[in-house]
Design a protein around this ligand. Structure first.
Ligand SMILES: [Zn+2]
Length: 307
């Protein structure tokens, strides 16, 4: 009799525990589904800006996978479903997302807002294969990045007006970090022996214009564009003529061309990261847009012999 009661009591406790666990699970998934804003960013810098602004009130996902770069990326069917189910999509614009028109056509504007963070900022042009193209790399200039943050925060406030002040406050914290970054760049690049940077692809024109540098790129507008032998010869000649000591390469692209040129001119290589993606390894090490921009500055100071 006593044993039966113990078994019944244990059963009651067990059933109670199962109910509690199921209920807890349901309520936490409900939190994600209904309370948090679903946001999709097209690539890493926008993901970083949106995550900082959204804080704990948004679930932000990044379309371009870790370690990939956005220029040639095509969204998968899973990415499209993810975008359709979101309330906010954040794009760079300026031609970075070759699929922008397609998404704009297929997204229901009643359900999902699309924000183009670089709208009005992508004013630079670059010659590519003898035709002029728009330069999309605005996120690499901290002052333009501040404007992108404002545009993104506005989008958050429009789709979730109840938390508008929260998003504005987070955007202010981020803009403050970007302003500090700008001040650091301005100060550290003020007195340098050189101003020429030879980059892997032409991602740094806005940054160069902001801080008085001159960019020459080995490849063109995208990292995968193969430079012609004549282009390579011209870059090599430029490096020799201007006594360039360091050739920059990117973390997501093979350093082969940079190494070939540096061997020919007797230079060394250094990383200048265009932040078009963050590798899983870098993310695990706690690296971010801000820390990589600081690392870029350190390498610029070395290459340009700044005091
Ligand atoms: Zn690029």
């Amino acid at each position: 009799m006593k044993r039966n009661i113990t078994v019944i009591l244990l059963l009651i406790i067990l059933v109670g525990l199962v109910f509690w666990a199921v209920k807890k699970n349901q309520s936490s998934s409900r939190n994600i589904d209904s309370n948090n804003l679903q946001v999709v960013a097209s690539f890493y810098p926008l993901y970083f800006f949106a995550s900082s602004i959204g804080g704990d009130k948004a679930e932000v996902s990044n379309i371009v996978p870790a370690g990939a770069e956005p220029h040639d990326y095509e969204p998968t069917s899973g990415d499209l479903v993810n975008m359709e189910n979101s309330q906010l999509i954040i794009l760079n614009g300026g031609g970075l997302e070759s699929w922008q028109d397609n998404v704009q056509k297929n997204i229901n504007p009643q359900k999902t807002k699309i924000v183009v963070a670089g709208a009005g900022l992508t004013t630079g042009q670059v010659t590519e294969d003898s035709h002029m193209g728009i330069d999309p790399h605005v996120w690499l200039d901290p002052l333009l990045a501040e404007k992108m943050v404002d545009t993104i925060a506005q989008g958050f406030g429009q789709v979730d007006p109840a938390n508008k002040n929260y998003y504005v406050a987070n955007a202010d914290i981020l803009k403050n970090q970007l302003a500090k970054l700008d001040a650091q760049y301005r100060q550290d690049l003020k007195s340098c022996a050189k101003k020429d940077i030879i980059t892997s692809h032409s991602a740094f024109a806005y940054l160069a214009a902001e801080y008085g540098l001159r960019q020459v790129s080995i490849a063109g507008m995208t990292p995968d564009a193969e430079p012609s032998p004549a282009q390579l010869a011209a870059v090599t000649k430029f490096a020799k003529d201007n006594n360039v000591r360091y050739i920059f390469f990117e973390s997501l692209v093979s350093p082969k061309l940079a190494e070939t040129i540096s061997r020919e001119v007797g230079a060394q290589t250094l990383v200048l990261d265009p932040l078009e993606g963050l590798s899983g390894e870098s993310a695990a090490q706690g690296k971010s847009y801000i820390t990589i921009m600081q690392a870029n500055l350190t390498n610029l100071k070395t290459a340009l012999q700044c005091q």
